[in-house]
Design a binder for this molecule. Sequence first.
Ligand SMILES: *Cc1c(COP(=O)(O)O)cnc(C)c1O
Length: 390
Amino acid sequence: MSLSIKKAKRINALPPYLFAEIDRRKREASARGVDLIDLGIGDPDIPTPAPIVEKLIECASKPANHRYPSSSGMPEFREAAAHWYRRRFNVPLDPGKEVVSLIGSKEGIGNMAVAFVDPGDIVLVASPCYPVYHIGTAFNGGKNYFLPLKKENQFLPDLDSIPVDVAKQAKLLWINYPNNPTAAVADRAFFQRVIDFANQNNVIVCHDAAYTEMGYDGYRPISFLELEGAKQVGIEFHSLSKTFNMTGWRIGMAVGNADLVAGLAQAKSNLDSGIFQAVQEAGIEALKLGDKIVEPSRRIYQERRNILVDGLRAVGLECEKPRATFYVWVTAPKGMSSAEFTAKLLDEAGVVTTPGNGFGAAGEGYVRFTVCVDKERLKEVAERIRQVKI
Ligand SMILES: *Cc1c(COP(=O)(O)O)cnc(C)c1O
């Protein structure tokens, strides 16, 4: 006798894994000995700055750090996060009530739905997007209503396009600027519009701010919380992952409205046991050093962005020069779908990218490139594409 094992309905209802085909082609190409240039993943190749690593090493040996941490974060970490928000955005935060630590912002984004989405609730999701926003809704029985991000609207969602009954029933709105995957940025006027919409319709605003520190040519992306009234309606997710090249460390925070922070903390405390304290101490060091250690990677990404964008344009591809993030959102050549263009780049140029529709239907017609490889390799990308007939 063996068990009849059935996955939960929520797992079976997951959308098909759009990257499976790319993964298969990648393996085939590697097996053929193709030297792949992987611009598929959004994961910094630059190591975590040394002072952060040293702090971890120092703090890893303290026995006090070997015990369960608090799920919401050490008071010192929350204070460091609040100070950093004050310094960077001039946003005051009460570290006791308006900050909660996260085991990477992905964890908090997923748990936000555990805390606030009931079966049948509508969640508005600007899309193409980081998938966790809508997966969180789906896992908790909610209904996603996607707001397509279109080029003619600078990849900002058109809140006026939402039917009145949908807006009235909506519980949460997910937005993300600077944006993954489109690399679009938002200004104060857009965030003000979001606050007005939230107040008119009693909608909780969830802003994913993972890329505020990756701004170029002197541009400093803003926090949603900089706007008056934002804290009454919203919560912002931040992460040390992209800012300090710490994706493997799993540390981030959610900040903003005290009731939203408390609700998220309550959901979390029932599911996780916080971040290893030595990692939190290293995170405090990162936040204290701030721009001093971010600036060198920003310069590297900016130079790489220039090389990639100039190279792609020189071979006739259409893309904006992003003001932030480490993504370049490239229009697929006429007559080609996202999948076809991605497959051609991989099979014929050995360049791995991500099809835009993998982030949502509105991403069809685009392909996402990252700049997470060194500049010599990036120069080669355009050269290789030039050799391929597109
Ligand atoms: C990378 C990324 C995250 C996840 O960051 P972690 O803090 O490492 O979990 C969240 N949102 C967006 C848009 C991202 O690109």
